[in-house]
Write a protein that binds this ligand. Structure first.
Ligand code: DC
Length: 229
């Protein structure tokens, strides 16, 4: 049976603009936006700060018990809180991007995050983006989009974003990080990144933001016409 609320699942590769589309779509539909990558990044930040040994399951499980993640919306901008602290900026830094794939590959971490994500989408209409939303978190989501783009284009976009924020990185470093995360995300044992059979592919290599939003809005209109207000 279909859930009474509507779930739009947006999965895809690193840095292909999932969150930009998801945010815009949620705004347009008056849905709640959930950035699941930010949740894995927040866990990673906690693990880095507390020097959690990823090979020690007991340490990982104990750390997870001490992690509380919340989203807080303020004037259209969603902030992520790790145990009450706004870590929205910190989790985007390169040192977290370098660790996050290893942390998100851990079964215990995924179980804890998936549980929380399912709770978040159990009653409300949500647009959720990530890697396993249409396959593992909400396999019955009414709309599933799988986003992809040329890795070089993704690296250029991400490089611009990081350097505009003042991070000193090279384009090669960003490209390497994206390639590495693609590899880890698609080959890990626990819920690897893969397109759900019923997901619609959105390759945005040559699309601007407006065109992408139009594309996903069309798909939502077709699948759940009553969601459009
Ligand atoms: O979307 P992002 O780049 O902020 O995600 C950061 C990392 O988190 C990404 O390398 C893989 C992981 N991730 C995941 O394993 N499952 C999700 N649902 C979302 C992100």
């Amino acid at each position: 049976m279909n859930p009474p609320n509507t779930i739009v699942a947006i999965d895809g590769y690193s840095s292909c603009g999932k969150s930009t589309v998801a945010k815009e779509l949620a705004k347009k539909l008056h849905f709640v936006y959930v950035d699941t990558g930010a949740m894995y990044r927040a866990v990673t930040l906690y693990f880095v700060r507390n020097r959690v040994n990823l090979d020690d399951l007991h340490q990982v499980e104990e750390a997870l018990k001490n992690i509380h993640i919340d989203f807080h919306k303020e004037e259209d901008v969603t902030h992520i809180l790790l145990n009450g602290e706004d870590v929205s900026e910190e989790i985007r830094k390169m040192h977290i991007s370098e660790q996050v794939s290893a942390v998100s590959a851990l079964k215990a971490v995924r179980q804890a995050m998936v549980k929380q994500q399912q709770r978040m989408g159990s009653k409300r209409n949500v647009v959720m983006d990530g890697r396993d939303i249409g396959t593992a978190v909400f396999p019955h989501a009414q709309v599933k989009i799988f986003m992809t783009a040329d890795p070089k284009v993704r690296a250029e976009r991400r490089y611009l974003e990081l350097t505009q924020k003042g991070e000193s990185v090279t384009l090669e470093e960003v490209f390497e990080n994206i390639a590495h995360r693609d590899y880890q995300d698609t080959t890990r044992k626990e819920s690897p990144l893969t397109r759900a059979d019923d997901a619609i592919i959105l390759d945005n290599t040559e699309l601007n933001q407006e065109q992408q939003l139009e594309f996903v809005l069309d798909k939502v209109k077709l699948a759940v016409p009553h969601s459009i207000i």
